[in-house]
Design a protein around this ligand. Sequence first.
Ligand code: DGY
Length: 324
Amino acid sequence: MAELPQKVLVARRIPEVGLDLLSGLDVEVLSEEDPPPRTALLRAVRGASGILTTLTERVDAEVLDAAGPSLEVVANMAVGYDNIDVAAAEKRGVIVTNTPGVLDETTADTAFMLMLAAARRLGEAERMVRAGRWRHWGPELLVGLDVWGKTLGIVGMGRIGQAVARRARGFGMSVLYTARSSKAEAERELGARRVHLEELLAESDFVSLHVPLTPQTHRLIGSKELRKMKSTSVLVNTARGPVVDEEALAEALAEGRIFAAGLDVYENEPGVHPKLLELENVVLAPHIGSASIETRNRMAEMAARNLLAVLRGEEPPNPVVTRR
Ligand code: DGY
C-alpha cells in the first residue's frame, strides 16, 4: 500500500512560491490572514510531521507536545526565532530552522528609511499634508536633522548591522559598533570602529539596533542608556521590541532627551505603547522590516526548503544553532 503523504501545518498563508514547494505533502494552511488562535493551532498541529511558522506563533512545549511524536521540524519563516522554545524542541528531537541572509538588505533598507523619516520628521509632515494643515513653504517649517555626515552607532554588527553600515558609507557617515567579536572586514572596508555600548550611545547621532532578542538583550536600551544619548540623537529599532524599554523611550522622547525614534517593532505587538502613539517625534511602522515582495518570496521558499529537507531525512540548509 502506498504511504500517505506526511502532514504539514502551515500556520499562516505564505507566498505561493513556498506553498508550491510543499505541494506533494498533505498541507493544511491554518489561517489565511490573521495569526491563528492558540486553540486552533493546538488542535491542528496534531499528528503533523512539520510546522511552518511565522513570528506570531509561539511554539513552546505545549505546541510540541500537541503535535506529538510525529513532529520532526519547525521551520520558522523569519530570521528571529524568539517565538520558538528551541531547547524544548531539541529535547524532543525536533529540528528548528530559520531564514537568515535573505532579508538582510531589505531590513537594512527599513532601518535607513526609519532613520531618514525620523530625522527629517516625515511622519509629522505627512500628517500635516493629509490633514490639509499645510499652508505654505516656511523657512522653519518642519526642519529636522541631517543624516549625511553624522555618526551612526550600530548595536549588533551581524549581517543586517553590516548591511546598514554599507548604506551609511554612501551617506558619508562614521560608523561605531558593538558586537561580541570584532568584524575585521567591516573595520577595513567601512572604517567601522568597535566600542563599548556606553561610548556608542554617547558618541552616536543615530543608534540602530540589530541584536537578536535573548535574555541578555531584553531591555538593553532602558532609561539609563537613553540618558547617555545625545539630545539630538535618533534611535531606530528594527530588531525586536523588547530590546527597548518602551515606557522609558516614550518618556525620553516626550521630554526631548533624544530627538526622535523610528520603530518597526514593539514590546507587545501588535500593541503599541499608548504614550508613543501620542508623540509626534516617533515614526511607527507595523513590523515591516522584511516586507518586500522579493524578500518575502525568498523567505517563504527558504522556510519550505528547510522543512522539506528535514522530512526527506536530509540536513536542512538553515538549522538554528542554540544560543546558550
Ligand atoms: C524576522 O525575520 O525575524 C523579521 O522580524 C520578520 O521578517
